[in-house]
Design a protein around this ligand. Structure first.
Ligand code: MN3
Length: 214
């Protein structure tokens, strides 16, 4: 079955005032929609690859036929990244995390505030389009990484626990060139329940439910 654009799990306006409805509509319907369309078009020639979750293709890009590899990397990445992105946000989200993700953040970064500062700084410094992530290994260790374009940490052997989109399309209508302001505001819509689920899936080795593109 072809890859599908997952429905947004809340209204376009649900993340106001932090993320505006027009940005959400364009971002989900047009940008994510286009990644899905392009991914499916690229896979038409390779029926065997169509049934794999997009994460599997990204995990081993070298096994993807060369003629579609850049398209799969960019558009498969775009599909996986955004499928996660909608889910790790929610209206009335934010506040301080609790549960296992709070514990590992404290253990790794000292406290939540220092983690936020490092995450925001990394996102602000990502040159051009890309993402800032908290990524982890099956042993439960975590680190902040950035990726250009639509690359996903999964291609480097790391699992994306959470990530923020720092492409201009994610914030420009409301924040213009003020990316740091967007990065700061974003914490108000973070869905820690979902992020805890993803972190638990990584540690337990049962990643299936966390594969966002399914
Ligand atoms: Mn985006």
């Amino acid at each position: 079955m072809a890859h599908q654009l997952p429905p947004l799990p809340y209204d376009y306006s649900a993340l106001e005032p932090y993320i505006d409805a027009q940005t959400m509509k364009l971002h989900h319907d047009m940008h994510h929609g286009t990644y899905v369309k392009n991914l499916n078009a690229a896979l038409e020639k390779y029926p065997k690859l169509q049934s794999l979750p997009a994460e599997e293709l990204l995990r081993d890009l070298n096994s993807v036929p060369e003629d579609i590899r850049p398209t799969v990397r960019n558009n498969g990445g775009g599909h996986v990244n955004h499928s996660m992105f909608w889910k790790i946000m929610k209206p009335k989200g934010g506040a301080d995390p609790s549960g296992p993700i709070a514990d590992v953040i404290k253990k790794t970064f000292g406290n939540f505030k220092d983690f936020q500062t490092k995450f925001n700084d990394a996102g602000a410094k990502q040159f051009g389009s890309g993402w800032v992530w908290l990524a982890g290994k099956p042993d439960g260790s975590v680190q902040i990484v950035t990726t250009p374009n639509q690359d996903n940490p999964i291609s480097q052997g790391l699992f994306p626990i959470m990530g923020n989109d720092v492409w201009e399309h994610a914030y420009y209508l409301k924040y213009n060139n003020r990316r740091p302001e967007y990065l700061q505001a974003w914490w108000n819509v973070v869905n820690w329940e979902e992020i805890n689920k993803r972190y638990e899936a990584l540690k337990s080795g049962h990643l299936e439910p966390a594969l966002a593109s399914r």
